[in-house]
Design a protein around this ligand. Structure first.
Ligand code: ADP
Ligand code: MG
Length: 270
């Protein structure tokens, strides 16, 4: 059975894209068929996986979604990039920005991506969606079609306000559009273990949320090598296989595979 995970946080620079790359490729290395979908007009996921100029692609996620809006037959495999580390990528680019505006005026605007993803479910074990840093229409679409949301949080400041807003939005989507939506968990990223500050933040996130939301035991360390992978076009498992970030992502994936998702309801969390 396929599982669809949306990686979301309306704050930028928290490690969503790096997490998508290493989660997706890590799952593929375990023998799973994996599709990564780039829902960010900046195309960072697409660039990270070796496509230098996503804005010049002939066909990308926006084209597939416009096809769905126009009731045209859509081939789910069209436009996919096959990455050498065993994942497929549906690229995203600047055209998603104008699509966001188009979406606001159409019927079923929150569930256009769901129609694409439901076709992909037939072909893949995991579909991982890299969301843009906003709670706009594309992110709502991602939440409306996912089985769970993974929330990367940077261990740099206390992100309580932003997190509460995100959790509220997830609750709203769950009530109105996607009752089976779960929270996969909070993943603490860019942890600088040399500082007490990072440990304090982890402890505070754990204290505030772990009774209602899964907080992954594995934390992703701050790592220069992790910051370099976007330019390398590969995952940490190839770029820096013995490094601490690669090994952290491996144990995080073990948690994702083993843990399932804690049953979550908004009333418990807010
Ligand atoms: P988002 O998708 O949430 O905007 P990114 O995954 O693009 O975040 O990460 C933001 C920046 O931090 C990027 O420059 C990325 O290379 C860097 N980065 C991501 N994870 C780490 C890490 N574990 N250690 C150091 N830098 C990281
Ligand atoms: Mg990103």
């Amino acid at each position: 059975m396929s599982k669809v995970i949306a990686v979301a946080n309306q704050k930028g620079g928290v490690g969503k894209t790096v997490t998508c790359v290493n989660l997706g490729i890590g799952l593929a290395r375990e023998g799973n068929k994996v599709l990564l979908i780039d829902c960010d007009p900046q195309g960072s996921l697409t660039i990270s996986l070796g496509c230098d100029e996503p804005d010049r692609l002939d066909y990308s996620l926006a084209n597939a979604l416009i096809g769905i809006i126009n009731d045209e037959p859509v081939d789910v495999s069209r436009g996919l990039i096959h990455h050498e580390e065993g994942v497929d990528v549906m690229p995203g680019n600047i055209e998603l920005s104008s699509l966001e505006i188009t979406l606001t005026g159409i019927i079923s605007r929150e569930t256009i991506l769901r129609q694409y993803v439901n076709m992909a479910r037939e072909l893949y074990d995991y579909v991982i969606i890299d969301c843009m840093p906003s709670l706009g229409m594309m992110t709502i679409n991602a939440l409306a079609c996912a089985d769970s949301v993974l929330i990367p949080v940077q261990a740099a400041y206390l992100p309580v306000k932003g997190l509460q807003q995100l959790i509220k939005t997830i609750g709203r989507v769950k009530r109105q559009l996607n009752q089976k939506l779960q929270i996969e968990g909070i993943l603490i990223t860019m942890v600088d273990n040399r500082t007490n500050y990072a440990k304090d933040i982890s402890a505070q996130i754990y204290e505030a949320y772990s009774s209602t939301i899964n907080v992954f035991e594995t934390e992703i360390p701050l790592s220069v090598r992790a910051a370099e992978i976007s330019a390398s076009g590969s995952s940490l498992y190839v770029y820096d296989p013995k490094g601490k970030a690669a090994s952290a992502y491996s144990s995080f994936i073990r948690e994702v595979i083993n843990n399932g998702t804690k049953s979550w309801s908004e009333s418990k969390a807010v």
